[in-house]
Write a protein that binds this ligand. Structure first.
Ligand SMILES: *[C@@H]1O[C@H](CO)[C@@H](O)[C@H](O)[C@H]1NC(C)=O
Ligand SMILES: *[C@@H]1O[C@H](CO)[C@@H](O)[C@H](O)[C@H]1NC(C)=O
Ligand SMILES: *[C@@H]1O[C@H](CO)[C@@H](O)[C@H](O)[C@H]1NC(C)=O
Ligand SMILES: *[C@@H]1O[C@H](CO)[C@@H](O)[C@H](O)[C@H]1NC(C)=O
Ligand SMILES: CC(=O)N[C@H]1CO[C@H](CO)[C@@H](O)[C@@H]1O
Length: 503
């Protein structure tokens, strides 16, 4: 999730998903591919498992007459499971190809609780696409509402699979849902909409509030950058704007972005490139050379271009082409996550990262109009984010859920779309440290590339992270035990007793 992209398991909501996306193979396969394959660039130990499993999923949960199905990919990891009654942790994959169950801090929690880990891929992404061709017409079943129903159906399906594996019937383990970024919002919304199917939810940087003009995103970039770096970034933006204005398109060449004919697309690339430094806990990689260039009086645009080429594209793995609206229009793209996430943005959640009127870091040309034009150009007429309906459906920050634990990173521009106030039923924690960005509770620091078991030792304040983690674990512990009191997790006999008792 960068600018406009979100991340999975807390990789960029939008941006992060870039990284993960690099591991994706051909998209839109609507039949399971042969087993094996798909071990792209997986650093050793990064995944607990990448062994694919498949289930049949309903295409349209809201139509009683449409019985079409598609294949949904999922993963399971049972090494830590206390057989047969340990809890089941459902790790929700978000807006990118889901290439396995990653070895994040969630793995540590699963070990602690003797939990099974399962992780279904989000519909349409990676190998779970119902259609080969991603025309706007075919994308109409891509929504968070359909995705939540997928999770409910998966939850029931997997419980039966587990029961069959353990030779029992009718047992119901204690379930707990987890997610980060967009999937953090799905995690909170799952508990909201299906409270009987999970004992609780963890929403890491969960963006539960759909925002139309998301100006707070840019404001937070300025705050996270601090005065010196912010000034350097603003000056860079002015210089680039000035060059474009005077028709000097050669500035695009500096960034290896000549293909971006639309100035807005190019400026969006630059805005995202700056944002991810703070979103993923690498502020110095961007700010040190910029501040230094400003002090030395050397060329700021060149210093920034060096960062974009070397870090954002080189190390982080961003794709310049993915900013091109022509590319986004392609209905059979090599990597579809960008088109898919933009569809979700343009049809449901918005999060338009427009420049604030005053004191903006990004170019003022990235405005509401730019986003609306993109939506129309890429998807045609009639695709429009009805943000107020989305917030009416879920409640936004006034979500009326229970047993949901939220956590945000202090430097993360996305935190302003997360739950703002803590309450007894829905505690929320802010993790404060200078490189605590998106999903630091799960990923540690920096947030990209990911750290094995979410190692927090490179956070500027590991204590800040560990303190919030302890609170998260305490909440999980409490809610799992309350769930067990209601008859879950005790095997069939207890459950029967409970059913009788409840009459
Ligand atoms: C379940 O039953 C099968 C066949 O009777 C047996 O091979 C297997 O070990 C059993 N599994 C468990 C977990 O008890
Ligand atoms: C978003 O910003 C645009 C342009 O400034 C403005 O016209 C519009 O009313 C804003 N919409 C909302 C919902 O704030
Ligand atoms: C700025 O000046 C310092 C000290 O003279 C030098 O080491 C550094 O390389 C210069 N940085 C840039 C970006 O020119
Ligand atoms: C605009 O931003 C500057 C710098 O943060 C601030 O000093 C000023 O008060 C702001 N102006 C308005 C109208 O908000
Ligand atoms: C859940 C959570 O930590 N929310 C925080 C997100 O950021 C806002 C803005 O600073 C805080 O007020 C919330 O507490």
């Amino acid at each position: 999730m960068t600018g406009s992209r979100a991340a999975t398991a807390c990789v960029p909501f939008l941006l992060l998903f870039l990284l993960l996306a690099r591991g994706a193979e051909a998209v839109g396969l609507w039949r399971p591919p042969p087993a094996g394959g798909s071990l792209f660039g997986a650093a050793p130990g990064r995944y607990l498992t990448q062994e694919e499993h498949w289930m049949s999923q309903t295409l349209d949960h809201f139509s009683p007459t449409d019985h079409r199905q598609f294949k949904q990919r999922y993963y399971e990891f049972l090494d830590y499971h206390r057989v047969p009654n340990g809890p089941v942790f459902l790790n929700i994959c978000g807006e990118s190809s889901c290439n396995g169950i990653s070895n994040s801090y969630l793995a540590v929690i699963a070990k602690k609780f003797g939990a099974a880990l399962v992780s279904p891929e989000h519909r349409y992404y990676g190998k779970s696409s119902p259609f080969k061709s991603l025309t706007t017409e075919n994308l109409r079943f891509l929504s968070s509402k359909q995705a939540l129903f997928d999770l409910a159906v998966f939850r029931q399906y997997y419980q039966e699979t587990l029961n069959a594996k353990y030779n029992r019937s009718g047992a119901d383990n204690s379930w707990f849902v987890f997610g980060g970024s967009y999937s953090g919002a799905l995690s909170a919304w799952f508990r909201l909409k299906f409270p009987h199917l999970t004992c609780g939810s963890h929403a890491s940087s969960g963006v539960v509030l759909a925002v139309y003009n998301f100006t707070d995103f840019d404001k937070q970039i300025g705050e996270s950058a601090g005065p010196e770096c912010k000034e350097a970034l603003q000056e860079t933006t002015k210089l680039v704007d000035g060059q474009l204005q005077s028709g000097r398109n050669s500035v695009k060449q500096l960034f290896g972005a000549r293909m971006l004919q639309n100035d807005g697309d190019f400026l969006y690339l630059l805005a995202d490139a700056a944002a991810i430094a703070f979103q993923y806990g690498n502020p110095d990689i961007l700010c040190s050379p910029l501040v230094e260039a400003k002090k030395n009086g050397t060329d700021l645009v060149e210093a920034f271009a060096h960062y974009v080429n070397k870090y954002y594209v080189g190390t982080f793995g961003a794709s310049v082409a993915s900013y091109d609206q022509q590319y986004l229009k392609n209905t059979t793209p090599a990597e579809s996550s960008y088109r898919l996430w933009w569809y979700q943005v343009c049809s449901e959640v918005s999060y338009f990262q427009v420049a604030p009127k005053n004191d903006s870091v990004r170019s003022a040309k990235i405005d509401t109009r730019y986003h609306l034009d993109l939506c129309k150009n890429v998807f045609g007429e009639g695709v429009y984010p009805d943000v107020s309906m989305t917030n009416l459906y879920y409640g936004g920050t006034r979500i009326a859920g229970s047993k949901i634990v939220f956590a945000n990173g202090s430097q993360d521009p996305w935190r302003h779309a997360s739950k703002q106030k803590s309450s007894k039923e829905m505690p929320s924690y802010l993790i404060e440290c200078s490189n605590c960005g998106h999903c630091s509770d799960l990923s540690g620091c920096p947030q990209a590339p990911s750290n094995i078991e979410g190692d927090s030792s490179k956070c500027s304040s590991p204590e800040a992270v560990n303190k919030v983690r302890k609170q998260i674990v305490d909440n999980i512990d409490l809610w799992l035990s309350e769930c067990q009191d209601q008859g879950h997790d005790k095997g069939p006999s207890m459950r029967t007793r409970w059913s009788i008792a409840s009459y």
